[in-house]
Design a protein around this ligand. Structure first.
Ligand code: FCB
Length: 456
């Protein structure tokens, strides 16, 4: 253990089981530069082009220009001594209209990425969908249209037919809750709807599309197929019955809906109470496809929310209440115990012995570069180092208590386009200057490199 938890990581590889993987995660729209390489428009392009949706009217058209700078970025992963890299493939880049003609240049790009990772000894983890739905499919109702399961199955076939043979693992979706609820009920992400029927349909269709994609990947003989769920600890604001019930409703919608469908062929009662009238006819017949067995489970974890009942509001009649814990630049409370809880709970309740990966965890800060400082101190981010220490301790505790956690991916390699919040919130281990696009490893990158290089 180090004395100073703010500049040094408290662990080495030896603190984790043999073969435990340390990685970093990114996503296509947030880093690539959506305007390059013949990509089609996605609903994030159109959402961002609409006033009021994204802070500072920013968008992902250039982002980190990873499309052209991927080799430099992969060198940074290798030089940090990381084992694995989780990235996503943009549907609109590969099939610009969502269905039909393939943009070969887009497919070639992902092929280059996979080979570029392998050439550096980095294990590739690809996620098929991290939110950039082709705009042409949004025109047809997007996640509200049941045909999306077929469209997504075809996209899966195209991408995995090309790169699946060299992947360490493949995931269908990143964060179904965000795809469905955050985007169709809370209206915060593309397509920006606030409509319970749209949300209910999206919550079902994303699962159906997941199951169809798993079937396609089985047909392609992929044997490490999973899905990535985001889980947020749901704490009642006080001990009243009303707050406890509200927190449970939130938990059912957020944390249990998707896991219960994939692992238990059902939806939680507390969520069905509001959503059932809006689900597509025959929904219960889809569980055999939805629950097509997976090989691993990914969990993204950042924070907890304190929940109160809101009797004035329509179902689910709840609201978030600010919490007392220290917060990140996202205003998210720092709560590592939630990660411990979910790793143990997910294994016990749903995924059993299947490998679990923490597929995202990290924090946003407002980092600045000081070029006069020594290399390791040019971007001081002690809070990120403390955050990683706290959460890695939680992972270790979960493993010690029997949870089958096999890897931990930090969000994110680079500062990037943080969706509706634009470029202001910096999650990277590597700072990006969004004018020059220069990359500068932060103190946390150096601390991680030191931790992963030493074995004692
Ligand atoms: C997750 C997303 C990722 C990033 C982090 C901060 O919900 O998967 O793209 O925005 O949050």
């Amino acid at each position: 253990m180090s004395a100073n938890t703010n500049t040094v990581l408290d662990f080495t590889r030896a603190d984790f089981p043999e073969g435990f993987e340390f990685g970093v995660a990114t996503s296509a729209y947030q880093i690539e530069g959506a305007s390059f390489g013949g990509a089609g428009l996605s609903h994030w392009d159109t959402f961002a082009a609409t006033p009021g949706n994204v802070a500072g009217a920013e968008n992902g058209s250039v982002a980190c220009d990873h499309y052209h700078r991927w080799a430099e970025d992969f060198d940074l992963i290798r030089d940090c001594r990381l084992d694995s890299y989780r990235f996503s493939t943009s549907w609109a880049r590969v099939i610009p209209d969502g269905v039909g003609a393939v943009n070969q240049e887009g497919l070639d790009f992902y092929d280059r990425l996979v080979d570029g990772l392998l050439a550096r000894g980095i294990k590739p983890y690809a996620c098929l969908y991290h939110w950039e739905l082709p705009a042409a499919l949004a025109d047809l109702g997007g996640w509200r249209n049941p045909s999306i399961a077929d469209w997504f199955a075809d996209f899966t076939e195209v991408v995995m037919g090309r790169i699946g043979d060299r992947l360490q693992a493949a995931a269908t979706f990143n964060e179904p809750w965000c795809i469905a609820w955050l985007s169709h009920f809370l209206g915060q992400h593309a397509p920006g709807l606030r409509d319970i029927r749209a949300a209910a349909r999206a919550m079902h269709h994303v699962l159906l599309a997941h199951g169809r994609a798993v079937q396609v990947m089985r047909g392609l003989k992929l044997n490490s197929v999973g899905v990535v769920m985001n889980l947020e600890y749901s704490a009642p604001v006080d001990e009243t019955e009303a707050a406890i019930a509200a927190a449970r409703r939130n938990e059912a919608i957020y944390n249990r809906w998707f896991l219960e469908a994939v692992f238990k062929k059902s939806y939680p009662e507390e969520a069905l109470a509001g959503l059932e009238p809006h689900l597509p006819t025959g929904w219960a017949d889809d569980f055999d496809i939805i629950a097509e067995p997976v090989d691993w489970l990914g969990i993204n974890y950042y924070t907890r929310k304190r929940i109160a009942a809101d009797p004035e509001a329509a179902w689910p009649s709840l609201k978030e209440v600010e919490g007392p814990l220290p917060k990140t630049a996202m205003d998210w409370e720092i709560y590592p115990d939630g990660l411990y809880h979910f790793l143990s709970w997910a294994a016990k309740t749903y995924s059993g012995e299947l490998p679990i990966y923490v597929t995202e965890n990290g924090m946003a800060s407002y980092d600045r570069v000081d070029l006069t400082a020594d290399a390791a101190e040019r971007v001081a981010d002690p809070d990120r180092i403390a955050y990683l220490n706290g959460h890695l301790a939680a992972v270790k505790r979960a493993i010690d208590d029997g949870a089958p956690v096999k890897g931990y991916f930090i969000w994110s390699l680079l500062d990037n386009f943080e969706w509706a919040l634009g470029y202001d919130k910096r999650f990277g281990l590597v700072h990006v200057d969004f004018e020059s696009l220069a990359r500068t490893p932060k103190q946390s990158w150096h601390a991680l490199k030191a931790a992963l290089s030493s074995n004692d």
